[in-house]
Write a protein that binds this ligand. Sequence first.
Ligand code: ATP
Ligand code: MG
Length: 417
Amino acid sequence: MSRRLQAPRGTFDVLPAQSAARAAVESRARELLEAAGYERIETPAFEATELFARGVGESTDIVQKEMYSFDDGGGRSLTLRPEGTAPVCRAYAEHGMHKLPQPVKLWYLSSFFRHERAQAGRYRQFWQVGAEALGSDDPALDAESIVLLALLLDALGARDLRLRLSSLGAAATRNQYRAELQAHLRAHSDALADEVRARIELNPLRAFDSDHSGTRQVMATAPRLVDRLDAADAEHFAEVCSLLDEAAVSYELDSTLVRGLDYYTRTVFEFSSDSLGAQSGVGGGGRYDGLVERLGGPATAGVGWAAGVERILLAAGEEHPAAPPVELYVAIDEDGRRGDAFATVTAARRAGLTAQMELAGRSLKGQLKHADRLGARFVAILGARDTVLRDMQSTEQETVPADAVVARALRGLRGPW
Ligand code: ATP
Ligand code: MG
């Protein structure tokens, strides 16, 4: 026997038992976001590697070690998308969406790829639902974006959620702060974890993420970015907070919140769930006012988020919505008419009924058992001459002309049999 093949490490099959829950995520996201003016966008599964190098940032974990990059055979480096914001910003510039009335609001639900250590809640191909609003720096857009994610997670039943919120200020403030933080880290470099020390130049902000005890002590006295915001950024952030208060969405201010992507300016936020264990991040995002320009487009403000579909489902617990019940099951008697059965099931589907027919060569008894298992409301039994329609609820049955089965079942479904 040949070796049995398996799905690659860090990937998974979405089996029928899970697909209904995933479909529910998609339909709630669509309802909620489209009602708020977001329109769906789908970008390619791979992009030029340069898009992520420039967009996400050379110093980030994603670009440094998590990308699936490959040569397309023509000397171009392509990368399976690790995130959705940079591709959406590329599409915004490429299609001249800055000429549309602003803000332009886009949402997506797609799969993403990151080469990381596979574990519960952390995969190499995973799904994200995301929303991006481009072309306005109004703090109300930040607040709206956050509120929409809060509403979506709530509607999907995600439990034990916490929202952490901070502001990174504008690029200039951040650069100044970065230098100040680097000086602080250098002054205490002996106490730092090796990997933190190695990244003082490249990404000093990540030091806040470390759980190394020496590093944590150094970080406890480190300068905080929120204390360095200029007046305009501080005012912007205060307005975001006050609008969230208006919307009664609770949050914690967390000046150590560091998002793993370089493009954020001003507002950053993250929802996590205490019921998820180590992989607690459910979704996060923030404002990225320089990103479209960094990708060669016009100067454009933007704010958005992405949430992991698998983590949402984990945080919501294992609930498998049942498959829709079968309204009509078409059974075939020993010497019954297969052609008529096929015509009947097709007519039923045309009329909008959920319908199935016998396809596995079961005995009539076996077919009735199977129909019962499917929760069928009506079973049509096509014999050599007659067709009998049985109501599985009342167990009443009657002989009907073959071409009247669908109409009879429809009537029975609508009213008393
Ligand atoms: P983490 O801290 O868990 O690595 P992240 O900061 O890398 O998350 P983002 O880039 O902000 O995550 O992506 C948004 C969301 O996508 C995360 O909050 C998480 O729910 C989900 N996500 C990210 N990476 C993965 C992954 N490898 N597998 C499953 N879901 C993921
Ligand atoms: Mg990550």
